[in-house]
Each structure stands twice: as structure tokens, then as C-alpha cells.
Design a protein around this ligand. Structure first.
Ligand SMILES: Cc1ncc(COP(=O)(O)O)c(C=O)c1O
Length: 405
């Protein structure tokens, strides 16, 4: 007799929760420094701008604003989001964009509508774990494409497409999570060529593209594709979480009409529409025209924090960590020296408790979950002094590991 399965489908029963979420449960402990979360700095979240917009919205509330709304999103927010995409060089009308409950929902809905169970989704060797989870829950077979300092190694992609025949390729070309990598223009163009040739739909996830420090990254794949009149299918997402506030849970999807239609159907089944009060508030924030000046203050603030952590790591972790100076986004992706042992994720949780500094090991971002000689260190959330303290504790802990290895 085959053992009866429990109430959960095996796909969910066997899935492990996010190790990053487990780390974050420890982040609030007294005296802990967390370099683990990719959460914005609370001091840089626009509380006053949001409060003013909330009051404006509250003053105008009537029965109609409290009614069910369109699945595609509130017209005013679709309008303001299309204008934002326009500034990134994308031709988008309000009716072309869909408002989603964070870009996480767009990834999840795209996974549901694009991938049949067993079909392949190509992803980089190191990825945002919740995207991998969404593809797994859709029953996808994950197909690994090597990644390095300049993002996905597109030169190695063609034989993988030939051998594995993935339907979809998920990519974060700007300041990727966890690697911080930016894909150069030539690679973007080659990726589009390959996607068009092999009929692979691209999911381009761009939550960090506006958080550049020195210079803006190359144009989005979706824009290059439009400009070239190329036949590749690109679903492009931005998020308001990192540039306004994650609490709003709002993102934007620009996808070819056929794909957008499927996403709207899936969203009707998932949540009918994203919360109207959040959408009204964000629309009021965006129409106030303050996003530009807000971004102008965010970029140097995050650049300064990235520089503080990089300098402190060089000072305290020296020969035990190798990394590139961050160019944008929220992460430093640091390679551990050979002098250190390869440890499983739980050992890094124990390390965090012992040394009072939380870091996320590379295993959390890898497809297999196997130990990796990498750490993701986020400079976004802690204040500058905590960043320095975190680097010092990390250095002390790593040296102890090296001597006991
Ligand atoms: C690469 C990537 N995509 C998507 C998301 C989800 O963002 P949102 O808050 O818009 O759902 C994150 C959040 O950290 C991310 O790092």
C-alpha cells in the first residue's frame, strides 16, 4: 500500500521555507546586526510624502473608491506607471500596463500562465529565492545558466537552450539579487537574439534598476526589444518596493498582449485586484511629481552605505573575502577564501548567533541548495555605524572559522 499523503500537495509538503525569512526572524534580537535582509533603510522610506498622500486620499474617499476595482489596476496608477516606463524608454500606454501586488505576484502569475508542469525555466546559478520558489510551485524544471560578474553568461546559453529547451528564461539584468551584477549592453542584445531564435519568453525582473550609484545601467531588454522591432517575447516588471515603500505591495507588469491576458485571468483567480487604497495613495504620490527628487536623494544615500560596508569589509575581512564595489542596488556578493570551510545554511545561522551578525550564505540562492563559497551582504537596511560593526564582527568570525578549519 502506498502511504497516504497528508493534506498538503507533495510540492508544498516537501518545500523548505526561505532561509532568509528564518534569518530575519533573528534580525530583531537585541544587539544583532543584520546584513541579511534586502529591506530598505527605514530612515529612507518616504513616511512624510506617504502620509500627505494618504491624507489627500482620505479626504476624497467616497463610496466609489471603496468598491471593487478593475483587475488590471486603478486607471490613475496605470497612467502614472506608464509615464514612468516611458522615462525608461519604453513605449507603454496606460492600457498596456498591469498593476500587481508587488513584483513577486507578477513572477508568480507569469510562472502559472507560461509554464506547464515539467517544462523548463532557465535561471542563473544564483537567484532571488522567492522567484525560484514560484517557478517550482508552478511545476517548472529549473535549468541552470552560469552567472558571473557581468550577470548571466550568455555565451554559455545557446547550447543549454538547445539541450534543455526551456520555455521561459528569468533574468534580473540590473544590480541582481544576490550578485549585484549588471548585464552589459552587448549581452542584453545577444540574449534577445537567442530568445527570439529559440522561442523563449523572457521574464525581465527589474526592481533595482533605478538605484544606480555612478551611472544608469543599460536600457531594459524590453526597451531594446521594442526599439529593434525584434520578435522576442519580453515580460518586464518594475517594483515600487525599493523606490517608494514595500508596505504598499505594488508592482507593474508590461507584457505582450497575449501574455497580459493570461496574467489578468490568473490575477482574477488570485486576488481579483491589488488593494485600491494602496493604489490610490501611490497614484497620488506619483502625480505629486516627487518621485524624481526622492530618487535623487535615495541614490547617493545607498551609494554611501555601499561604500561604508565595502570599506569596512576591506578593513576587517581583508584576505578572507573578495568582492566588487557595488554599482547600485542593495547587495555586495562576496567570495569566501579557500582558507574557509564550505558550510551549510544552518551553520551560518549559528555563526550569526555566535558573532551577532547575520549574513546569507550562497546556498540560499543556488538551485541545488548545496553549500557555496559566497555570502550576500546587504548594506541597505542597517545604519552606517551598524554596517561597520557588522563587518568587524564578520571579520572576527571568519578568522575564527579559518583557524579552526
Ligand atoms: C529580484 C527581486 N525580484 C522581486 C522582488 C519582489 O519585490 P516586491 O516587493 O515588488 O514583490 C525582490 C524583492 O526583494 C527581488 O529582490
Amino acid at each position: 500500500m502506498t502511504p497516504a499523503r497528508g493534506p498538503l500537495r507533495p510540492l508544498y509538503a516537501q518545500a523548505s521555507g526561505s532561509p532568509i525569512r528564518a534569518m530575519l526572524a533573528l534580525a530583531g534580537r537585541e544587539g544583532m546586526v543584520s546584513l541579511a535582509g534586502g529591506h530598505p533603510d527605514p530612515a529612507l522610506l518616504p513616511a512624510e510624502w506617504l502620509r500627505e498622500s494618504l491624507l489627500e486620499v482620505a479626504g476624497q474617499l467616497q463610496g466609489r473608491s471603496l468598491q471593487y476595482g478593475a483587475t488590471e489596476g486603478l486607471p490613475a496608477l496605470r497612467e502614472a506607471s506608464a509615464a514612468l516606463l516611458h522615462q525608461r524608454g519604453l513605449a507603454a500606454q496606460a492600457e498596456d500596463v498591469l498593476i500587481t501586488t508587488g513584483s513577486q505576484q507578477a513572477i508568480d502569475l507569469l510562472a502559472r500562465v507560461l509554464v506547464e508542469p515539467g517544462e523548463g525555466v532557465a535561471v542563473e546559478s544564483f537567484n532571488y529565492p522567492a522567484a525560484l520558489q514560484a517557478f517550482r510551485f508552478a511545476g517548472a524544471r529549473l535549468v541552470e545558466v552560469p552567472t558571473e560578474a557581468q550577470g548571466m553568461d550568455v555565451e554559455k546559453l545557446e547550447p543549454i537552450l538547445q539541450a534543455e529547451g526551456p520555455r521561459v528564461l528569468y533574468v534580473v539584468p540590473n544590480f541582481a539579487n544576490p550578485t549585484g551584477a549588471v548585464m552589459p549592453l552587448a549581452r542584453r542584445l545577444r540574449l534577445l537574439e537567442l530568445a527570439a531564435h529559440y522561442g523563449v519568453t523572457l521574464i525581465e525582473d527589474d526592481p533595482y534598476g533605478e538605484l544606480w550609484f555612478g551611472e544608469a545601467p543599460p536600457p531594459p531588454l524590453a526597451q531594446l526589444n521594442q526599439q529593434a522591432g525584434s520578435p522576442a517575447q519580453v515580460a518586464y516588471m518594475i517594483s515600487y518596493s525599493k523606490v517608494v515603500a514595500p508596505a504598499l505591495r505594488l508592482g507593474v507588469l508590461l507584457a505582450p498582449a497575449g501574455i497580459a491576458r493570461g496574467v489578468v485571468l490568473a490575477k482574477q483567480a488570485a486576488d481579483v485586484h491589488s488593494g485600491s487604497l494602496e493604489q490610490l495613495t501611490l497614484a497620488a504620490m506619483l502625480t505629486s511629481g516627487r518621485l524624481h527628487s526622492h530618487l535623487d536623494s535615495l541614490r547617493p544615500a545607498y551609494a554611501a552605505k555601499g561604500a561604508v560596508l565595502a570599506e569596512a569589509l576591506r578593513m576587517h575581512c581583508g584576505d578572507l573575502l573578495e568582492f566588487d564595489e557595488p554599482l547600485g542596488g542593495m547587495f555586495i556578493w562576496a567570495k569566501l577564501s579557500n582558507a574557509l570551510p564550505l558550510l551549510p545554511t544552518q551553520a551560518w545561522v549559528d555563526f550569526g548567533l555566535e558573532h551577532q551578525v547575520l549574513v546569507v550564505p550562497g546556498a540560499a540562492f543556488s538551485i541545488s541548495g548545496a553549500a557555496q563559497p559566497w555570502l550576500r551582504l546587504s548594506f541597505a537596511n542597517p545604519a552606517a555605524e551598524a554596517l561597520r560593526q557588522g563587518a568587524e564582527r564578520l571579520g572576527r568570525g571568519l578568522r575564527k572559522l579559518a583557524t579552526t578549519a
